[in-house]
Write a protein that binds this ligand. Sequence first.
Ligand code: KMH
Ligand code: ZN
Length: 273
Amino acid sequence: MQPVMITAAMVGAEVTKAQQPKLPTTPQEIIQAAVECHKAGASIIHIHVRDSEGNATQDAGLFREVVEGIRARCDVITQVSTGGAVWMTAEERLQSIECRPDMATLTTGTVNFGESVFMNNRELVETFARRLQQYEIVPEIEIFDMGMLDEALRLRGMDLLSDPIQFDFVMGVPGAIGADPAHLMHMVRGLPPGSTWSVAGIGRHQLTLGVIALALGGHVRVGFEDNIYYRKGQLAESNAELVARIARIAREMDRPVATPGQARELLRLNRYY
Ligand code: KMH
Ligand code: ZN
């Protein structure tokens, strides 16, 4: 079985310290949490940053500080968010890539996001895809709903995405695709040959869909961005605790845990040189 890439999404834009006191928010806390997740088995860190008041921001300087801080301490893959938060403008969101991370997310369509709307019209998506190509940053396509997969295939047809493509299925956001394994199977069947994919289940679905992904040969995203609990009613102690649990289950299922080096090969992160 292919090694499993574990992504740690440790911060996000929505969760607060009031909800999860162990949420890392300062650059030093985020860097430290990334190192701990790396030690626990994560090969990719999905990065959001917060300002001094704990609010989501796409400030280029903060992203640079975090990405450089992580790189100084370990070789884990740095993947910045271009999604940011629902209230941000496109320009604001794109600032995160200025620090030249290894990867960046790209959401290929608009979707309801709880009571809000996560806006990604075609012009925005094409602009983001072009900028990532120009900067030679490998994208991870965030699929919040089925139509976003078709839209990603359209971008591939326009040569705005190059194979192999890494997809992340975010399942269970209220207003978006439900966390039904049948939906996952259907989407996986529609991927271009050579693609890799992970699943980010929201809330209690993080563990169950993660295990299903392990069984199907996919990859897994865990962390406070999507889920703050270890089990019902019990907050997780840390992001690393969630990484360690899925890594443990993976080994039991004969899925070795990918090192960052192995993940770089699986994702062909060296495709530009
Ligand atoms: N915070 C969500 C609105 C991403 O990181 O690319 C968008 C998001 C996706 O988190
Ligand atoms: Zn995110």
